[in-house]
Design a protein around this ligand. Structure first.
Ligand SMILES: C[S@@+](CC[C@H](N)C(=O)[O-])C[C@H]1O[C@@H](n2cnc3c(N)ncnc32)[C@H](O)[C@@H]1O
Ligand SMILES: Nc1nc2[nH]cc(C(=O)O)c2c(=O)[nH]1
Ligand code: SF4
Ligand SMILES: [Mg+2]
Length: 210
C-alpha cells in the first residue's frame, strides 16, 4: 500500500503521558472528521483542529510507495542516536492509512510505535502506545488504549460517561482557541472535580517546538 504523508520531523512529544520524549512525528494527510479546508470548519464533525493535514507538501512529507520506504524515511529522521526510538503517528486521522505492514516495518527498525487517533476507526493491531481523543457527536468505537485525551471544553461530551472506558490514563487537555484562559480554567475545574483525570498541556507550543 502507498501512504500520503503531510509532514515528518524530529521533535519532543508535547502532549500526554509521554510528553518530553524525543520522537519522530509522522503526520498522515487527510481526516474523516474535517476536510481541512477553512470554509468547511464550521460544519465539520470536528471544528477545533489546530493542525494543517492537507496534502503532502510539508517538511519531510511526500507520497511513499510502500511501508519499507516510509519506515526508512522515519529511521533517517531519527539519525545516529539509536536507543529509545519512538515514532508518533498522527494526522489528520492516522487510522485511515496505518496498517500492520507499516507497524511491522517500524518495529523491525526498533521503533516503539505511538499513535494519536480520534477513535472513530478501530486501532490497527501492533500499536505500542495508543492515545484516543474523542470528539463530541462522533461514534467512538475504539474505547480501549493507553491514554484517553479529552480536549476541553467540548459541548456534548460528559466526562463521567467516559470513565468506564478501558484506559490507563484519563487526561484533560485545554482546547487551544481564542479564549485559551477559559479552556485552562475549565480543564483545571474538571481535574479538580474528578480525580480520575489529569491535566496535560501542549508543552511544544510553550517552548516553541513544532
Ligand atoms: C491533530 S490531532 C490528530 C490525531 C487525531 N485525528 C485526533 O484527533 O486525535 C492530534 C491531537 O491534537 C488534539 N487537538 C486538536 N486540536 C486541538 C486544539 N485546538 N487544542 C488542543 N488540542 C487539540 C487532538 O484532540 C488530538 O489529541
Ligand atoms: N511536539 C508535538 N507534540 C505533539 N503531540 C501530539 C501532536 C499532534 O499533532 O498529534 C503533536 C505535535 O504536533 N507536536
Ligand atoms: S479528528 Fe483530529 S485531525 Fe481530524 S480535524 Fe479533529 S483534531 Fe484535526
Ligand atoms: Mg499538533
Amino acid at each position: 500500500m502507498s501512504y500520503a504523508v503531510k509532514e515528518a520531523f524530529l521533535t519532543l512529544q508535547g502532549e500526554g503521558v509521554q510528553a518530553g520524549s524525543r520522537a519522530v512525528f509522522l503526520r498522515f494527510a487527510g481526516c474523516n472528521l474535517w476536510s481541512g479546508r477553512e470554509q468547511d470548519r464550521a460544519t465539520a464533525q470536528c471544528n477545533f483542529c489546530d493542525t494543517d493535514f492537507v496534502g503532502t507538501d510539508g517538511q519531510g512529507g511526500g507520497k511513499f510507495a510502500d511501508a519499507n520506504s516510509l519506515a526508512d524515511h522515519v529511521a533517517d529522521l531519527w539519525d545516529a542516536n539509536s536507543d529509545y526510538r519512538l515514532v508518533v503517528i498522527t494526522g489528520g486521522e492516522p487510522m485511515l492509512q496505518l496498517d500492520e505492514v507499516l507497524i511491522d516495518a517500524l518495529h523491525r527498525r526498533h521503533f516503539r510505535v505511538a499513535v494519536e487517533s480520534n477513535g472513530t476507526l478501530p486501532a490497527t493491531p501492533g500499536i505500542d502506545w495508543l492515545c484516543i481523543s474523542p470528539k463530541a457527536g462522533t461514534d467512538v468505537v475504539q474505547r480501549r488504549g493507553n491514554e484517553l485525551k479529552l480536549v476541553w471544553p467540548q459541548k456534548g461530551i460528559e466526562p463521567a460517561e467516559l470513565e468506564s472506558w478501558d484506559f490507563d490514563h484519563f487526561l484533560v487537555q485545554p482546547m487551544d482557541c481564542e479564549d485559551v484562559r477559559a479552556s485552562y480554567d475549565a480543564s483545571i475545574a474538571l481535574a479538580m472535580d474528578r480525580p480520575k483525570w489529569k491535566l496535560t498541556l501542549q508543552g511544544h507550543k510553550v517552548v516553541g517546538l513544532k
